[in-house]
Write a protein that binds this ligand. Structure first.
Ligand code: 13P
Length: 249
């Protein structure tokens, strides 16, 4: 059985003071969660919230990581720097980074390898654009994105990777993939992992992301292939995020 994992992606929201307030409100609401809970804050908030999360059931995540250990990479953060701030998870290859910041499947792979090497758990994002779904490319595309992202990892390492299936057309739009659409495509992603890594695919947790909220989380989480959620907008309100965390109530 795969343990469900609900992660908040705060994106570019919350100053350190606001971040502390949100985490302080969230912790009591989710302290008895039965799933893994992660908040992926902006980099400037990591050091502010890490002491609040220490010793709790809520883990700290970052939103990107560079693949080099150090050096002349202005604006970037290494896996070791993130670890030193108490980070355990890192989102890699979010569609917003692919769309606005030149992220490619090749750099997603480099970041994933660096994260795993440093002992961070990557949350690798894959997903198709609306026109790609309409043209019938979804399955081939997500399989390809997944296999390139993981290339170079061993089957043992792959077991601990988290994958987030985020259809780009469902992000921040209020449009959600139907439960069946999400389940089917996540099944395709798991098969893509299985084709390369065999039974390790059964251990990989694959989240759905894209306008997931307190209303639709139960239906999505009831699907056989869906092991969690990567939550954007609804993770910015403690009560809403807590309701998603408690999808099983
Ligand atoms: P929304 O939940 O705001 O649609 O964002 C989803 C997402 O991109 C999470 O990474």
């Amino acid at each position: 059985m795969r343990k469900p994992i609900i992660a908040g992606n705060w994106k570019m929201n919350k100053t350190p003071e606001e971040a502390k307030a949100l985490v302080t409100a969230l912790l009591p609401l989710v302290k008895d969660a039965s799933c893994d809970v992660v908040v992926c804050t902006p980099a400037v908030d990591l050091a502010a919230v890490a002491p609040l999360l220490s010793g709790t059931n809520v883990k700290l995540g970052a939103q990107n990581v560079h693949w080099k250990e150090s050096g002349a990479y202005t604006g970037e953060l290494s896996a070791d720097m993130l670890k030193a701030c108490g980070v355990q998870y890192v989102i890699i290859g979010h569609s917003e980074r692919r769309q606005y910041f030149g992220e490619t499947d090749a750099t997603v792979n480099l970041r994933t390898l660096a994260a795993v090497k440093a002992g961070l758990t990557p949350i690798v994002c894959v997903g198709e654009k609306r026109e790609e779904r309409e043209a019938g490319y979804t399955d081939a595309l997500v399989a390809y994105q997944t296999q390139i992202a993981l290339a170079g990892l061993t089957a043992e390492q792959v077991k601990d990777v988290v994958i987030a299936y985020e259809p780009v057309w469902a992000i921040g739009t209020g449009l959600t993939a139907t439960d069946e659409q999400a389940n089917e495509t996540i099944g395709v992603i798991r098969k893509a992992v299985r084709d390369v890594y065999g039974d390790a695919a059964d251990a990989v947790r694959i989240q759905y992301g894209g306008s997931m909220n307190p209303k639709n989380c139960k239906g999505l989480m009831a699907q056989s292939e869906i092991d969690g959620g990567l939550i954007g907008g609804a993770s910015l309100k403690a009560e809403d995020f807590a309701q998603v965390v408690h999808f099983d109530r």
